[in-house]
Every structure is written in structure tokens, then in C-alpha cells.
Design a protein. Structure first.
Length: 410
């Protein structure tokens, strides 16, 4: 059976620690929220196999969730600042997790983390026999994967975007390790660091971007053979390749400016001229390099000078996002019962979701877009636009408009 939890606002902890009392769901408490409400800081909540499709709020306390029944699955989505200690041969699956000002630590025989968003926090996958870590966005934090012991299932670290942090692979793996299609920018330390005795099968390091870090790709204490193809390692102050020969010019490996759209803001999508996009000079036959594709094509937008005073549409946050974004907008002072429309558009200018449509007074408002279209279906990865229309007609004509870009990652 699958256990589905939605956990918000837990406290980040840096290491496994002893827990307090033990609470049982559903034996003692019928719901996860009931157990959380009764729990004290550091308590352990044992969750039996089953379906728990509820949203759980945990604040100002540290709570550990452990699933029972051995080798069962725990699926946690939209969680924040959580620690999962997977006892009794438990596999842990985490998907579409949004973490702000915190972090996530996992320990289990098998760990899978996909399409999660981390803001000002790190993801640590610790002491897993094998791990699958894919399509996550980490800003101002690190992505660390510790695999082992010897003879384990290896690790796949694929299509993750890490800004102002790095990727670290450490430990032992018996079935090979793949580090592919990742983007790393602005780490104050190592961009990608490999260490430990990752034995038996070679490691594949391909189609990664590592740019503007203190050090680029660092090979430390590893006897593992490695296959390196189509990596762009560029502009790293302390060296691009350390502890291993520089393969630039061979196997599609390059050292060219990847041309990020807005790296200072953590936007690591690529400009249309990037050598990391298929068909561009420098790319060869590598195809896309890095986790994120094209992102800098701008739609037509009213010039700032033509917008009425007080009208604004703030930059979506978090952005890029895998879970959802908050959109904040303002209606000019003096406007009374103004018609307002806020839409989400795809890269082709087609409306995929209407979030606001009606009359509003002057002032500021905010709305949440969960990444679905008007039918409730998740939209695919790509570039989208929030468009605010403010005016006297139902279509927003007559006063002004504004738009902001959203990068959706799944």
C-alpha cells in the first residue's frame, strides 16, 4: 500500500536524533493530523500501511514519521523542512515536495526524490543502498547523496538544477552511478564532487553544466573509472576539473559560457544562443546539456513607462518551481471596482489557467497557482507567463497590463 502525506512547515534537523514518545496511526489516532497535534517535540509517529490522503500541518516541533509493515512505500508530497528516518527496511518515495527555509534528510534502503523545490535548504540522502534523485530544484543549498554499503544498487542523479550550492556523491555503489543532465551554478565550494569507493561499474558523468563555482568537478579519493561526455564546465575560479584529467575538447566536453537567463536570481534556464542547446555552435551532437532548456524568449509586454502608477505584478516565487508559485499583484490607487483578470499563459501565448476574473478594489492581493490548467491537469515542464490585465472591461482593456515569466519544472 502507499502512504500519502502532505507535510508543511516542519523544523529542519541536521542529524538523526533520539525521539521521545511513540504514537500510532491509525491504532491510537485515526488521522496523521490528529497524531501530529498530540505529539510533542521529537516524538515518533508510526504509520501503518494504507492510504492517507490528507494535508498535515506541523509547526514549531520536530516530528519523525516512520512507516511500518517492512518494505512498504511512503510517499510524501508538498512537504517542508522534514526529516524521514526510514526504519524496518522501508522504501521512501518523495515527489513534488516544496521546501522553504529548511531542508530534507532521508535514510532508507531505497530513496527516491523527484520534482521537488528547495529554497534556502539542502537535500541529504543518507546511507541509502540505492537512490534515484531527479528533476529537483535546489537554491542556496546542496544536494548530497551518500550511497552504500558495498554491493548496493548505485545512484542516479539526473536533471537537477542547483544554484548557489553543489552536488556531492559519496560512498559505495555496486550497480553503477549516473550523474547526468544536472545544472550547477554559483557554489561557494565544489560544483560536483565525487568521493568514496564507488566500485564495480564505471560512473557516468554526462551532459552536466557546472559554472561559476569556486571549483568545478572535483574527483576525491575514488578509484572508480568514469565515462565523461558532453559536459560544459566553465568559469570555475579554482579550476574546472580537479583530481582528474581535463577532458575539454574530447567526447563532446566543452568549456563555454552556458548563457543562463538570470543566474543572479537562480534562473538557470538557457538563452536561445546557448551552446548547451541542440544545434547551436559548440554543442556538436550532444543535444541538451543541463537540467533546464530554453527560457529567455520574451512575449510582447506593455512598456514600464506606459503602466499606470500603482499597477504591479510581482516576480513569482519560488521561481523556478516544481510545486507551485505565489503571484502577488497590485491595483492602482484611485481605482474603484476595477475589472481584473490574471491568467497563466504557455510559451505560445495560449491561456492555460485563469486564476482571477472579476471586479476588485485598489490594493494588493496574492493568489496561488498549483501548476494545473483549467481542467485540473498538471502542465508539463517549460516556460509560462503570468499576465495581469486591469481595466474597465471584462477583458481588462483601458487601464494596463503586466506579465512575469514562470519556469515550471516537473
Amino acid at each position: 500500500m502507499r502512504i500519502l502525506l502532505t507535510v508543511l512547515l516542519l523544523l529542519w534537523v541536521h542529524q538523526l536524533s533520539a525521539h521521545g514518545a511513540t504514537l500510532h496511526v491509525p491504532g491510537e489516532f485515526p488521522t496523521l493530523q490528529a497524531a501530529v497535534d498530540a505529539a510533542e517535540n521529537g516524538d515518533l509517529i508510526l504509520v501503518d500501511a494504507g492510504e492517507y490522503e490528507e494535508e498535515v500541518l506541523v509547526s514549531s516541533k520536530e516530528v519523525h514519521f516512520v512507516s511500518l509493515r517492512g518494505r512498504c512505500e511512503t510517499h510524501i508530497s508538498a512537504c517542508s523542512a522534514a526529516k524521514i528516518n526510514a526504519d524496518c527496511y522501508l522504501d521512501v518515495f518523495i515527489d513534488r515536495c516544496a521546501v522553504a527555509d529548511g531542508g530534507l534528510m532521508l535514510s532508507a534502503p531505497f530513496c527516491q526524490v523527484t520534482s521537488c523545490q528547495f529554497e534556502n535548504g539542502s537535500l541529504l540522502v543518507h546511507q541509502c543502498w540505492s537512490a534515484f534523485i531527479a528533476q529537483n530544484v535546489v537554491r542556496s543549498g546542496d544536494l548530497e547523496v551518500h550511497v552504500g554499503p558495498s554491493g548496493g544498487g548505485g545512484a542516479a542523479v539526473l536533471a537537477n538544477a542547483v544554484s548557489f550550492g553543489g552536488i556531492r556523491i559519496k560512498g559505495w555503489a555496486g550497480a553503477g552511478t549516473n550523474v547526468c543532465l544536472n545544472t550547477v551554478h554559483g557554489s561557494a565550494g565544489d560544483g560536483i564532487r565525487i568521493e568514496g569507493e564507488l566500485d564495480l561499474d564505471p560512473l557516468e558523468l554526462s551532459s552536466n553544466i557546472v559554472a561559476c563555482c569556486e571549483r568545478g568537478v572535483v574527483w576525491a579519493n575514488s578509484s572508480l573509472s568514469v565515462e565523461r561526455r558532453c559536459n560544459d564546465v566553465w568559469g570555475n575560479a579554482g579550476g574546472n576539473w580537479i583530481g582528474i584529467s581535463d577532458p575539454t575538447g574530447e567526447g563532446g566536453n566543452i568549456s563555454l559560457d552556458p548563457m543562463f537567463c538570470d543566474p543572479a536570481a537562480g534562473d538557470l534556464t538557457l538563452a536561445s544562443e546557448s551552446p548547451c542547446l541542440p544545434g547551436n555552435p559548440g554543442n556538436g551532437d550532444c543535444g541538451q546539456i543541463g537540467a533546464l532548456g530554453l527560457g529567455c524568449e520574451l512575449p510582447a509586454e506593455m512598456p514600464e513607462s506606459e503602466r499606470p502608477g500603482g499597477l504591479f505584478l510581482a516576480r513569482p516565487a519560488p521561481n523556478p518551481s516544481s510545486a507551485g508559485v505565489v503571484l502577488r499583484y497590485g491595483i492602482p490607487a484611485g481605482s474603484r471596482s476595477t475589472r481584473v483578470r490574471l491568467d497563466i499563459l504557455d510559451a505560445g501565448g495560449r491561456i492555460v489557467r485563469t486564476l482571477v476574473r472579476g471586479a476588485e478594489e485598489a490594493g494588493t492581493s496574492r493568489v496561488w497557482w498549483n501548476g494545473t490548467d483549467d481542467r485540473g491537469v498538471d502542465v508539463p515542464s517549460g516556460v509560462y507567463w503570468s499576465r495581469l490585465l486591469v481595466g474597465r472591461s471584462t477583458e481588462g482593456e483601458g487601464v494596463g497590463q503586466a506579465s512575469e515569466r514562470i519556469v515550471r519544472v516537473r
